[in-house]
Design a protein around this ligand. Structure first.
Ligand code: FA5
Length: 355
């Protein structure tokens, strides 16, 4: 039995092992000696050419060599893994004493803030919030609101048409028509509908081609103009301050009869006359009226049994008045120098009232 070949293999292996630095080359080395075509496996295959007397001693030697290689590979593997772990621990060290990074807390957009305050007020009075579609049909935006095709009052709201029958809604009033229709002419209705609306108005300091509105609608038996006035009076005091008064001026909307424009006494000069109220002591805030019998009829309500009021206001204009914003375009250009002026206190509890 020639054991010198075994010693040479062991020496070669030991020398190669010293050069191994990673798990992959260690595996290659193991395969080179113990794999199917490996050198030690080759020695094992030699056994069948030996005599019965030689075989046990030879087998034992080859086994010892195999065990030596196996053990050395495992030891090296543990070493490599420990080094890798050490390396990872070093690179992932966290210094818990470092001060945290500060990050900028955003602020609520003034329009969202006004809308939320107005929603809170009406939710408190038992109204539901309803949302409609910004892309509307001509029927709900106009016809169902007593504005048949070619009615001259359509000119009051210059419209973005998508096709002859589809348009970008010019006001939130189509939500009224949809809700009334959905309630099937029987149920009472008490809703507000906030949302974006679009008009082909040229942008200037007080007009935007896209702005927001909040619609209000109350339908029931025995609803009168006095209910509308009482509701809006409460609203003005809540949003603009306790001493506010309102006044109603006759106006025209095709979907209400009678129709009114609603003014509040100026919160800046308290009625004495200033630049905010253009020296009149009053500021216009919304349009309103008693729902036109034609609108009720078209949605299946009997106007002899049901009546109601509706109003529509522009939160953009309310925000401008409330915060003294002189140009509506500031609300849409997303300039952080403007938006950051509306940062809330840490508890988020600042109300419009406190500004
Ligand atoms: C209407 O849109 C009616 N649908 C309101 C209404 C509803 C009346 C229910 C009666 C019953 P008006 O066109 O006046 O009305 O618009 C209402 C409010 O939207 C205005 O008071 C104003 O605050 C705002 N608004 C109108 N046009 C613009 C514009 N281009 N940019 C910004 N705000 C606007």
């Amino acid at each position: 039995m020639d054991t010198s070949q075994m010693s040479r293999i062991q020496d070669d292996f030991d020398a190669s092992l010293k050069t191994v630095e990673d798990a992959r080359s260690l595996q290659d080395l193991k395969v080179r000696y113990l794999g199917k075509k490996g050198e030690v496996t080759g020695l094992m295959k030699e056994m069948r050419n030996l005599s019965n007397e030689e075989r046990p001693a030879y087998g034992q030697k080859v086994n010892e060599l195999r065990q030596h290689i196996d053990a050395a590979v495992e030891e090296k593997r543990a070493e490599i893994e420990a080094a890798a772990l050490e390396e990872r621990l070093k690179s992932e060290t966290i210094d818990v004493t470092l001060p945290g990074r500060t990050f900028n807390i955003g602020s609520q957009h003034p329009i969202s803030r006004i809308i939320e305050d107005i929603e809170d007020f009406f939710l408190g009075l038992g109204y539901e919030i309803q949302e409609g579609y910004e892309v509307e049909t001509d029927y709900y935006n106009f016809e169902a609101l007593n504005l048949p095709k070619s009615h001259p009052a359509r000119d009051m709201q210059d419209t973005f048409y998508i096709s002859e029958e589809i348009l970008l809604r010019t006001h939130t009033s189509p939500v009224q028509a949809r809700v009334l229709e959905a309630r099937g002419g029987k149920e009472a209705v008490k809703i507000i509908c906030p949302g974006k609306v679009y008009r082909r108005d040229s942008d200037d300091a007080t007009h935007s081609h896209q702005f927001t509105q909040i619609e209000g609608l109350v339908i029931d038996k025995n609803i009168h103009m006095s209910d509308l006035k009482g509701t809006l009076e409460l609203f003005a005091k809540e949003i603009f301050g306790g001493e506010r008064e309102i006044r109603l001026r006759p106006s025209f909307f095709p979907f209400t009869e009678p129709s009114v424009e609603v003014d509040i006494s100026c919160f800046k000069c308290k009625g004495a006359g200033c630049s905010v109220c253009k020296k009149s002591g009053w500021i216009e805030i919304l349009g309103a009226g008693m729902v036109h019998p034609n609108v009720l009829r078209m949605a299946g309500y009997d106007p002899d049994e049901y009546s109601g009021f509706a109003f529509g206001m522009g939160p953009d204009r309310v925000a401008m008045l409330k915060y003294g914003i002189e140009d509506i375009r500031h609300l849409y250009t997303n300039d952080l120098r403007f938006i950051n002026q509306f940062k809330q206190t840490e508890d988020g509890g600042e109300t419009l009232e406190s500004l």
